[in-house]
Design a protein around this ligand. Sequence first.
Ligand code: HEM
Length: 314
Amino acid sequence: VVPEPDQLSVDLVDAINDVNGRHAGKRAVHAKGILCAASFTPTAAGGELCAAAHFAGPAVRAHVRFSNGAGKPDAHDGGPDGRGLAVKLYLPGGSTTDIVALTLPVFFVRTPEEFLEFTRARRPDPATGAPDMAVLGAWLAEHPEAQPALQAALGAQPPESYARLTYHGIHAFRWTAPDGAERFVRYRWDPEAGEAGLDAETAMAREPGYLQAELRERLASGPVAFSLHVSVAADGDAVDDPTVAWPEDRESFEAGRLEIGAEAFDRDRGEDVLVFDPTRVSDGIALSGDRILSARSGAYSVSVERRIASRAPA
Ligand code: HEM
């Protein structure tokens, strides 16, 4: 029996749908994406600091989905948007764990209730198709904590490639090491190809799906890789607040390497529904008290139900 979704999760996805529209079979946000096959190899440092199976070695199989943040599946790849990198690791014994990251270094809001308010404030006016700037401006004026994410979103150049962006896990997770020591950490995927952007005009002159085309072309000549960079919280760092970045000089290390080999066609097709949920952690990793993190699971399930209910008959 599938439990009834809670009201907050339904409200979150309703608000997202009101901004983006409903598109049969598609994710409520991050509707446009490309799935790839990958592998993840931990470093020795990862295994020393975290007891989770994927850091114990050897390499594990993975699926990776690159996406644009918008809920509009036909949006041009060059438009202003955050991009996503969602990773599913297949662990020995048959379970999986997910790491879900965005190009934003921090999030807009601290709580799901504020996410709801912010998303409702962004609802387009049917007459103009654009948000009511008076409503949105008033909300932003009352929420200075949203500024760092907003500045990052507005200041980002369109990407040259999904392979040339840095993706942030944003939330803190509590790691337990094999020796029992506990640390709060945050993840970041650093692109081995280095960062690169395009000016808006060049990006918009490319074909609407240029990021997927570029990735296919890039993969034809060799793998794409990211390093898993882990920062460790110092005493007093915010571990429950995704709007606050940690200082740059925090202890950090490389915990593993993600190597993406080819586009994948074996999942998220037909009857198979693939969902990446950052609350699916494995033994050795625990969630922080971040309420945005805990709210995501229910909202993602509602989006999945709507994907299934609306998809075209086979
Ligand atoms: C309360 C806050 C949030 C809400 C309500 C929300 C909602 C959603 C929903 C409904 C989906 C589609 C799920 C599906 O159909 O599979 C989604 C996908 C996604 N979200 Fe969030 N999200 C939130 C915060 C975040 C944060 C903080 C991050 C990054 C750390 C993030 C990154 C992503 C990514 C990368 C995807 C695409 C995953 C894929 O490729 O399948 N989201 N989100």
